[in-house]
Design a protein around this ligand. Structure first.
Ligand SMILES: NC(=O)c1ccc[n+]([C@@H]2O[C@H](COP(=O)([O-])OP(=O)(O)OC[C@H]3O[C@@H](n4cnc5c(N)ncnc54)[C@H](OP(=O)(O)O)[C@@H]3O)[C@@H](O)[C@H]2O)c1
Length: 222
């Protein structure tokens, strides 16, 4: 069971999607109370109910993104990049003082595969920092496959690169990462490096296509 000195709810904005459901499921399986947020509270409630039916005993509920942002002690952002800036701008008040964990990869897809989109601030995580000046922003979980999060309950065998400018916030996120069986959190530096972490996902998606895999990362010698 996840133990944290300030244990509390983890909310997931865009929690009805694959990545949000996957992270929510694994965190809830580790004993973390999870609230899935959505633009439509009813949709989030339905998804949460399906998850409780599939994995009895997990503490997952659904709410609007606004309520999720308000009740979460840690708030994970798992919406497509296209909706990222607008959603977070509207929640700046609710997210003030919170630890916000951004896993958004600003990617486009064309006939040559995945590619990285230009973000004025440099990365999705820095965009979050720009629109949420009163929140602590950490970026993590970019390379974790939703498919693997959603399937089975065995260990995940993957590392999670964690970047941010607040060491305590990163350590808190590393503890959260490590609540999930098989996952290890690695402090990979400052928030200005988020573009490289997000962009690496385009290469991993290419690996997945070539090898029909759900590739993740392992950092060696650490
Ligand atoms: N899928 C993966 O394996 C994976 C892995 C690592 C990181 N990520 C990142 O995680 C994020 C979510 O990925 P996903 O595959 O879960 O995406 P998704 O299923 O397409 O979207 C997630 C949720 O976001 C909400 N949403 C969609 N468009 C929105 C908009 N314009 N504004 C606000 N909310 C919107 C939807 O929820 P409601 O309609 O209920 O509001 C949707 O269920 C992406 O940024 C992706 O790069 C994904």
């Amino acid at each position: 069971v996840y133990e944290d000195n300030q244990s509390g709810t983890v909310s997931i904005l865009g929690g009805t999607g694959e990545q949000g459901r996957g992270l929510g499921r694994r965190l809830a399986m580790a004993g973390v109370p999870v609230v899935l947020g959505s633009r439509d509270a009813g949709r989030a409630e339905t998804v949460a109910e399906e998850m409780r039916t599939a994995d009895p005993g997990i503490d997952v509920s659904g709410a609007s993104n606004e309520v999720a942002a308000t009740v979460g002690r840690i708030v994970i952002v798992a919406v497509p990049y296209a909706g990222h800036r607008e959603l977070l701008s509207g929640l700046a008040g609710a997210l003030a003082g919170k630890l916000v964990v951004d896993c958004v990869n600003p990617l486009g897809f064309d006939k040559r595969g995945a590619h990285v989109l230009a973000v004025p601030e440099g990365s999705a995580a820095e965009e979050a920092a720009a629109v949420l000046p009163d929140s602590r922003i950490v970026a993590a979980f970019h390379h974790v496959s939703a498919k693997l999060l959603l399937e089975g309950d065995g260990p995940l065998d993957t590392d999670v690169l964690v970047v941010g400018d607040d060491r305590d916030a990163k350590d808190e996120v590393i503890r959260l990462v490590e609540a999930i069986k098989g996952m290890r959190g690695i402090d990979a530096g400052a928030l200005r490096l988020a573009a490289h972490v997000e962009g690496m996902t385009a290469a991993l998606i290419s690996v997945n296509r070539r090898y029909r895999a759900h590739a993740g990362l392992r950092v060696t010698d650490v």
